[in-house]
Write a protein that binds this ligand. Sequence first.
Ligand SMILES: [Zn+2]
Length: 238
Amino acid sequence: MKKSNWVGFLPFYLLTVIGVIAMAMWGSKTTTTVAQNRPVQRCNTIVIDAGHGGIDGGATSCSGVLESKLNLDIALKLEAVMQLLGFDTRMIRTTDISIYTEGNTIASQKVSDLKERVRIANETPNAILISIHQNTFSDDKYSGAQVFYANTEQSRELAQLLQTNFNQDLCEGSNRKIKKADGVYLMQNVDCTGVLLECGFISNPQEEAKLRSEEYQKKLCCVIASTVSTFAGGENRG
Ligand SMILES: [Zn+2]
C-alpha cells in the first residue's frame, strides 16, 4: 500500500479491529475443540495467492471484468488486514502478472506458473495458503462463497471455519458446503495448510456488483482475516 492511501484505509482498519475482536470472542467458543489436539505451530506466514494474472485472466464477469483483477484487488486488501493483525505475509503476485519461469507456449507457461505457486507455498515455513478465486456458472442464478481445501486435516478444519463464517456473516441464506479441491493442481501439490476461496459467482449480476465494490471486498477480507486469525491462534495456543 502506498503511504498516500493510508488515511483512506483508516476507517477500514478501525472497523476491522472491532470486527476481529468481536469475532475472536465469538469464534473462540467454536474452535476450542479444534485447537486442543493440534501440534504447536508458531509464526504462521500467510501466503496469499491472487489466482490467475498476466497471460491468464481467469473467468470474465457478467460486466466484463477479469477474475484475475478481482482476485488481486481482494488479495491486496487481505494482505493489509493480515499484516495489521501481526501476521507475516507473502504475496504470490502484487500486480497483473503470470509468474512462469519457463515455457514457449501459453499452455506450458500456465503449467510453469502453477508450479511456481506451489514452490513458493512449499518453501515458506509454517505457511497457511489462501488462494483467492471467483466462481462462474452458465446459469446466473447461483451465488455464494465456497471454500475448497488441500489434502490435510488442518486444511479441512480451516475450510469449515471459513465456510461457516461466510454463510453466517457474508452470504446470508447460503448453505454452501466445503469441498476437497480435487483436480486443482495448486491445492493438490502443497504440503501446508491450504484453502482455495471461490469468493462468489461473478456470473450472478447482484453478487458480481458486490464483489466489485470496495466495501464488500473489505467485509470479505475482514471475515477471512478474523477466521484465519482465530484458527492460527488456536494453533499457537497448542
Ligand atoms: Zn479462478
